[in-house]
Design a protein around this ligand. Structure first.
Ligand SMILES: [Cu+2]
Length: 107
């Protein structure tokens, strides 16, 4: 009987654990390898973010995060503050103006 209780308990823990981890895909305005590194670094620096990988072909960054520790908006803000668009959140103007030319959006 005790064993059953323990396994139910462990099962509950793993279910709750999975539920906390969210994966989101955010469209950015990354242009090159430098942008990729910068965005990944900025997003990874947000507390509660577990992983961030940007695909330069689509400019979409895939972020795994703990929804109990960080909100999606905080992640978008971090990308904006790095100088890049994040879905509907536009790049912070000051940060954008400080980007290298190669990292600015192609008109
Ligand atoms: Cu760049």
């Amino acid at each position: 009987m005790m064993k059953i209780h323990i396994s139910i308990f462990l099962l509950l823990i793993s279910v709750i654990g999975f539920a906390q981890t969210q994966t989101v895909q955010i469209q950015t305005s990354a242009q090159c390898e430098m942008c990729k590194k910068k965005i990944e670094k900025q997003v990874m620096a947000v507390k509660g973010v577990k992983n961030a990988v940007l695909d330069l072909n689509t400019k979409i960054v895939r972020v795994k995060y703990d929804s109990k520790k960080v909100q999606l908006n905080d992640i978008k803000t971090a990308i904006s503050q790095a100088g890049y668009d994040a879905n509907e959140v536009k790049a912070d103007e000051k940060a954008y103006s400080q980007l290298e030319d190669c990292c600015k959006k192609k008109k």
